[in-house]
Design a protein around this ligand. Structure first.
Ligand SMILES: O=C(O)CCC(=O)C(=O)O
Ligand SMILES: [Fe+2]
Ligand SMILES: [Fe+2]
Length: 478
């Protein structure tokens, strides 16, 4: 029999030291290399789950900004539309605050820093635009000029699809000369050929999706056009030490190739760039003005979710019944989904509840969902194909105060937003065998929608009828 042995003291101390070092994202040698070379690829990368989440957010932001070139999605971390014309997503603000990124930034800038910018550089396959060789600082209103960019690859980024090219040690030369450039490029200024000839040859920064690179504000870099069939998307976050001033009056329109509004507020209620203090404190003597970090939208009151609502057995019973039963009154809903309804029927043509009684909820459904009380007299099964979504809506007011929904199949999130909000949405994870219900404010003051997905999804919804003259209740899309 073996007895557990305490490791010798020295070995224990050593492993504690190793744990401590693991908590530092950059080894001391890497911090030193960053300052010497002007750039670095840290050894960390996003988990597969996080990468998928941010790739989805990227697709959403691209879809929501059809008139903006995807190489120019500026302020993609802000959900309220800025003067730059982009509706971003706070999910990118969350990415900017991933602990490993904050840790690495703190290691090179010191512990007092702010996030002042974010840009998605997404080069579509075949026609992704070139980024000419440049130093970033040219058009940034930061004095003293200091910034580290963390460029997170959301697709694989390599020589083939136009990865970042950096000129090692070019950051030691201070401001270099730029000249206007023409053609199909992301920026309107490029380093002069003369300056380029005196610098070292560029290095390709090849990254797998989820990896990231860091570069100094004075480092010369650029990237080729993307002629490959593969998209190359990255998101760049800009962090500055709070000892620098972010000078909002240095309004220097479009040297970057697009109009940047550094001012805090501009016309028609649109906001300029926010400055988010992410670590430590302000060291500018109070001259920097910071925006409060938007509170993540709280869950609506009256919204409940259960993650182990149904068993696989109940699901097989339901699935078998849906496949085999010939009496299910399937019909097409307007969006293309297939639906079956009992109790009363929502009419997709008139967009209102038709109070002519239809068949009551069948006993099989009562058996599979015994937790649903008798007061729920209406049931609807929605069957979504991968490409079927349900748009933003409030359930029809002819239905009662509580709605209970059971979800099967494709794990699509449920999106929620307050009726009187500024467009911010709450994304609620929802998976196979989970359920949710809403009543109170979540029922009457919030809307919800289900996005498209990858696979088939079913929801079984139970509702009651509203008291009183339900027929005269204002009709809303169900
Ligand atoms: O994504 C690119 O190719 C260019 C990125 C860039 O210029 C930057 O992050 O400063
Ligand atoms: Fe740049
Ligand atoms: Fe609904």
């Amino acid at each position: 029999m073996e007895l557990p042995v305490e490791p010798p003291l020295k070995r224990r101390a050593l492993s504690a030291l190793r744990d401590h070092e693991a908590a530092l994202v950059l080894a001391p040698e890497e911090v030193e290399r960053y300052h010497r070379e002007g750039w670095l690829v840290p050894k960390v990368s996003l988990s597969k789950e996080k990468l998928e989440r941010y790739q989805k957010t990227l697709d959403r932001v691209i879809a929501e900004n059809p008139t903006v070139r995807p190489e120019l999605l500026v302020s993609a971390h802000v959900e309220t539309k800025t003067k730059e014309g982009v509706v971003g997503n706070y999910d990118f603000l969350a990415l900017a605050q991933e602990p490993m990124i904050l840790e690495a930034v703190g290691q090179v800038l010191g512990s007092d820093f702010a996030l002042w910018g974010c840009q998605i550089f997404c080069k579509p396959g075949k026609d992704g635009m070139e980024v000419p060789m440049h130093q970033d600082g040219e058009y940034w209103p930061i004095r003293p000029l200091a910034t580290v960019t963390v460029w997170v690859a959301l697709d694989r980024s390599d020589k083939g699809n136009g990865c970042l090219n950096v000129l090692p040690r070019s950051h030691t030369h201070g401001n270099l000369k730029h000249e206007p450039c023409e053609g199909r490029m992301v920026l309107s200024q490029r380093l002069t050929a003369d300056e380029l000839s005196r610098l070292e040859a560029p290095v390709d920064v090849e990254l797998d999706a989820g990896q990231m690179s860091m570069h100094d504000v004075y480092l010369v870099h650029g990237s080729n056009a993307n002629g490959s069939g593969r998209r190359r998307a990255g998101v760049a976050f800009r962090y500055m030490p709070t000892s620098s001033l972010f000078d909002r009056e240095m309004y220097d329109s479009d040297r970057a190739g697009f109009t940047i509004d550094w001012k805090k507020r501009s016309g028609r209620g649109r906001r300029g760039r926010p400055l988010f203090l992410l670590s430590g404190q302000d060291l500018s003597g109070g001259r920097n003005s910071y925006s409060p970090l938007p509170a993540p939208l709280a869950w609506p009151e009256g919204f409940q979710r259960a993650s182990v609502a149904k068993s696989p057995k109940e699901w097989s019973a339901l699935k078998r019944w849906m496949e085999e039963c010939q009496e299910i009154p399937w019909e097409k809903a307007i969006e293309g989904r297939r639906v079956a309804q009992w109790g009363v029927r929502y009419d997709y043509t008139t967009q209102s509840v038709d109070l002519t009684p239809v068949l009551p909820i069948p006993p099989v459904l009562r058996e599979i969902f015994p937790e649903v009380g008798a007061e729920f007299t209406q049931c609807i099964i929605n069957e979504y194909g991968a490409q079927d979504a349900i748009p933003w809506h409030l359930d029809d007011l002819a239905f009662g105060p509580t709605v209970r929904v059971f979800v099967f199949g494709d794990p699509r999130p449920l999106l929620l937003r307050p009726l009187d909000g500024d467009g911010g949405t709450k994304t609620v994870e929802m998976r196979h065998l989970w359920s949710y219900s809403f009543s109170g404010p979540a029922r009457y003051q919030w809307e919800h929608c289900v996005p498209t997905g990858q696979d088939r999804r079913w929801s079984v919804t139970f509702r009651s009828l509203a008291e009183g003259d339900a027929k005269n209740a204002p009709s809303m899309h169900s």
